[in-house]
Design a protein around this ligand. Structure first.
Ligand SMILES: [Zn+2]
Length: 219
């Protein structure tokens, strides 16, 4: 299972919130089979409110298909609760708006299409069924008496590290390991210092004794 985030980037003009009409939004995706590398030119519909039963019939999935080339059954799901908003503050930067749970396939292309909702806070206007097929959209807000728009729409996929938690665990382990080594080195140094001073003290003392004894003898 690989979690992949769909990120979007756009320039918003007088629009405060841009979001999909999930759970009814149709994410149009081109997919790649990870077993044989086959990429189809077909756009697949992935809609959160529509599921189909898996082969075993025990669970449901948002997308299930047999690869035409290698015959492997692959599936993809929209992770519940991952639908996000793109806001005016995000304008010009990439932001994840949904996460897919992929088994055997991964999305390689996204077509924005219809079904977007654009909100203007100041006028309270909500533009429903915004069509981003052309990757831009312009309208006029009669309450705001200004034009509103979405421009330079782009998208990308970001693989989310499934081992993020494990990595934090590793980091803690590594830091404690380094600390342990440091303490050991410090202890070693202290022991060495102690030993050196003890030896030098003993040596100088012994030397004095020897000198003394020799002196006594010779006298
Ligand atoms: Zn395949």
């Amino acid at each position: 299972m690989v979690k992949i985030s769909l990120q979007i980037k756009a320039t918003l003009e007088n629009i405060d919130v841009l979001r999909t009409c999930h759970p009814n939004y149709n994410f149009l995706l081109k997919l790649k089979c990870l077993n044989c590398g086959e990429t189809s030119n077909k756009w697949h519909d992935i809609i959160e409110s529509q599921t189909q039963k898996t082969k075993t019939g025990k669970s449901e999935t948002h997308f299930l298909a047999k690869c035409k080339l290698c015959g492997r059954e692959n599936s993809l799901d929209i992770l519940e609760g991952t639908n996000g908003k793109y806001t005016g503050d995000d304008s010009g930067n990439f932001k994840g708006i949904v996460t897919f749970d992929c088994r055997g396939i991964e999305p390689i292309e996204f077509m924005p299409g219809e079904g977007w909702i654009a909100e203007v806070e100041e006028s309270g206007k909500k533009f429903k069924d915004v069509d981003l097929s052309e990757k831009e959209w312009v309208e006029y807000d009669d309450k705001l008496k200004q034009s509103v728009g979405i421009y330079e729409f782009e998208s990308q996929f970001l693989k989310l590290n499934k081992n993020q938690k494990v990595n934090i665990k590793n980091l803690v382990q590594n830091v404690s390991c380094i600390l342990f080594i440091l303490i050991e080195v410090m202890m070693d140094n202290m022991t060495n210092m102690y030993n050196t001073s003890f030896v030098s003290a003993a040596l100088s003392k012994g030397w004095k004794y020897q000198e003394h004894a020799h002196y006594n003898k010779s006298v």
